[in-house]
Design a protein around this ligand. Structure first.
Ligand code: CP
Length: 304
């Protein structure tokens, strides 16, 4: 692969995606752990909280023999003194070989990539994109269903601010699956993205009725209502707890439907669902290490 950075899934074609997933699967099958990235340093710059993305990036780098630097809270870096993103990247690029950045502002990862001469990976920028999450989501679907085409995939919850669903919908445009967007009217997918999906020939529809939609789904991708993205808490209170999946709610689901979630969850999936065959979300999160190992090796030119 000839890409320098991974900022958006929009920069990836169908073959690129399938290639990344095949590299990840080789790593997974071999249970690889070794010195492929010995001497390389990953900087994780997290301007927003994270558990899975940061720790799985760091675990991936360590499993490949590399080392890590970075911050998980901008308050303990010179960002707290007012240093710009541009200046931070100009400095950090001289301390490491590759950067993973999470930032609350849409477009921050693109700015970092334009600034840096080393590879930059977007670990989530505002409500925009979360491409490494999408690749692990696709890998999870492929492992569970054996294909990415010909599926009915429901995405449910905060579709307005949810970067994971924005990225996933963009990526699924390369595959002949149907997308069902399930949300309250206040949290629907951005109109512009829906127009683009239509132009690309993607079959999609919207509904607020999770119970009705669930009957036909192969995958139900739940998301959290993200309190931190709301400027007005009155608006948040209107949609808080709008979808809650428990065992009773799953009565109408197909037996082979699988539930995914980028996590963290709040109340949208009851813990009693965890023990059912529907639950795929913890398996999904585990794939984060494999996918990020593949991306680190590819972007650092150790696998071609
Ligand atoms: N899925 C995800 O991005 O989780 P974290 O916020 O914990 O990294």
């Amino acid at each position: 692969m000839m890409m320098k950075d991974l900022i958006s899934v929009r920069g990836l074609g169908r073959e690129d995606i399938l290639y990344i997933l095949s590299v990840a699967d080789r790593i997974h099958t071999a249970n690889y752990s070794g010195d492929l990235l010995k001497g390389k340093i990953l900087a994780t710059l997290f301007y927003e909280p994270s558990t899975r993305t940061r720790l799985s990036f760091e675990s991936a780098m360590m499993r490949l023999g590399g080392r890590i630097i970075g911050f998980s809270d901008p308050k303990v870096s010179s960002v707290a003194k007012g240093e710009s993103l541009y200046d931070t990247i100009k400095m950090v690029e001289s301390y490491c070989d590759i950067i993973a950045i999470r930032h609350p502002a849409d477009g921050a990862a693109a700015l970092a990539a334009e600034t840096a001469h080393i590879p930059v990976m977007n670990a989530g920028d505002g409500a925009n994109q979360h491409p490494t999450q999408t690749l692990l989501d696709l890998y999870t679907i492929l492992k569970a269903k054996g294909r990415l085409d010909g599926l009915k995939i429901g995405m449910c919850g905060d579709l307005k601010y949810g970067r994971t669903v924005h990225s996933l919908a963009d990526a699924m445009a390369h595959f002949r699956s149907e997308l069902i967007f399930i949300s309250p009217p206040e949290l629907q997918m951005p109109r512009e993205q829906l127009r683009e999906l239509t132009q690309k020939g993607v079959k999609w529809r919207e509904t607020a009725d999770l119970q009705k939609a669930m009957k036909e789904l192969d995958i139900l991708y739940m998301t959290r209502i993200q309190k931190e993205r709301f400027a007005d808490m009155v608006e948040y209170e209107k949609v808080r707890g709008c979808y809650i999946l428990d065992k009773a709610a799953l009565q109408s689901a197909r037996k082979d439907m699988r539930i995914m979630h980028p996590l963290p969850r709040v109340d949208e999936i009851h813990p009693e669902v965890d023990e059912t065959p529907f639950a795929l979300y913890f398996e999904q999160a585990k794939h984060g290490v494999t996918i990020r190992m593949a991306l680190l090796a590819l972007l650092l030119g150790k696998i071609r």
